[in-house]
Design a protein around this ligand. Structure first.
Ligand SMILES: Nc1nc2c(ncn2[C@@H]2O[C@H](COP(=O)(O)OP(=O)(O)OP(=O)(O)O)[C@@H](O)[C@H]2O)c(=O)[nH]1
Ligand SMILES: [Mg+2]
Length: 217
């Protein structure tokens, strides 16, 4: 959504990463009524643009998963922060290690200035809370780069339409299917941030407690 500064380079990096590999590629861009040139650039690059007017990071991903036609799904922000070159490596890891879901740990190799102090602190609090409430022991509960078999989607009960969907897909996957966290590099963002550290952080905490309550039931 409104990622004209990064969308072209992100699509290029995904296409370059998959070129000459054993994988066929389909690039889906889920757009929430961008007011800039995001969709135009995405179409020029050959991506399929899906219109999803309902706001929310989680909503956009769920819509994208419904439309994906491949066996393996890989996710990335449209802001040049995630290493697209790792997609084939992680997709092969799924097969080699018999995994269903891979999430990534950005703290392993983070470029200076790629994450604000508030964002970093918020992530630590959310990751610890997730571990205490759900016993999911990973380092980065908010990473938005996942590689997984699309066949697992119906098994996952993903209720959040917002930023909390990022931690929810990890909770569901680590509880229900064979999952692993893998270190990656994380780079500075291009374009404007959509996340509000405090507002989204607090709503993520509330989400974790309310999901824990419904889990008990
Ligand atoms: N389609 C759609 N995309 C969204 C929406 N909200 C956020 N996004 C996208 O989701 C991705 C993650 O949002 P960011 O603003 O990058 O949040 P973040 O990655 O936590 O923050 P940074 O580390 O600063 O990039 C970006 O590609 C956004 O454009 C939405 O309502 N609809
Ligand atoms: Mg981002």
């Amino acid at each position: 959504m409104n990622e004209e500064a990064g969308i072209g380079a992100v699509i290029d990096s995904v296409q370059n990463a998959l070129k000459g590999t054993e994988f066929d590629l389909e690039v889906l861009i889920v757009d929430t009524r961008s007011k800039d040139r995001t969709t135009e650039i995405a179409r020029e690059k050959g991506a399929i643009v899906i219109d999803e007017p309902r706001r929310g990071y989680g909503r956009a991903y769920k819509t994208g998963f419904e439309r994906a036609s491949g066996d393996i799904v890989a996710t990335l922000d449209a802001d040049c922060t995630y290493p697209a070159e790792e997609i084939p490596v992680l997709a092969r890891m799924l097969e080699l290690e018999g995994l269903d879901f891979i999430t990534t740990n950005r703290f392993a190799n983070i470029e200076k200035g790629a994450m604000s102090f508030e964002h970093n602190l918020g992530n630590k609090v959310l990751t610890l809370t997730m571990d205490i409430l759900f016993h999911v022991r990973i380092r980065d509960s908010q990473s938005g780069m996942w590689v997984f078999h699309k066949a697992i989607v119906p098994k996952l009960d993903i209720t959040s339409d917002g930023m909390a969907m990022s931690e929810e897909i990890k909770i569901e996957s680590f509880k229900k299917v064979r999952s692993k966290e893998v270190p990656i590099a994380y780079r500075r963002r291009v374009g404007e941030v959509k996340l509000s550290s405090w507002k989204d952080g607090l709503s993520n905490i509330r989400f974790l407690f309310s999901k824990r309550k419904s889990y008990r039931k």
